[in-house]
Design a protein. Structure first.
Length: 96
C-alpha cells in the first residue's frame, strides 16, 4: 500500500473515533453513534489531508514508515473529526 493510502485510512479511523468522543463528551452536539462516526470520518479524512498539505513532514514521504508521522496523522484526524462532529451537531441542533 502506498503511504498516502495508509495515511488516509489512519485519518478516517481517527476521525471516526474523535467524532464519537466529541458526541459522548457533550450530548448537545451528539448526532447519534452513526452520525458521529460518519461526520468524524469525513472530518478526519478532509482535515487530515489539509494538515498533511500544510505540514509536509507528516506525509512520511521520506521513505519507510515513520512512527512520528503516523502519530501525527492520527492526532490530526482525530481532532479534525471531533471539530467537524461538534460543528455539525451544533448546526443541526440550532436548526431543530
Amino acid at each position: 500500500m502506498s503511504a498516502t493510502l495508509i495515511n488516509l485510512i489512519i485519518q478516517i479511523v481517527a476521525g471516526a473515533l474523535g467524532g464519537n468522543a466529541a458526541g459522548a463528551a457533550s450530548k448537545d452536539v451528539s448526532l447519534g453513534t452513526a452520525g458521529n462516526t460518519i461526520a468524524g470520518a469525513i472530518g478526519g479524512g478532509v482535515g487530515g489531508q489539509i494538515l498533511t498539505a500544510l505540514v509536509p513532514m507528516l506525509s512520511g514521504a521520506a521513505g519507510g514508515v515513520d512512527v512520528g508521522a503516523l502519530l501525527g496523522q492520527a492526532v490530526g484526524g482525530g481532532v479534525a473529526g471531533a471539530i467537524v462532529t461538534a460543528v455539525v451537531g451544533l448546526i443541526k441542533n440550532k436548526m431543530a
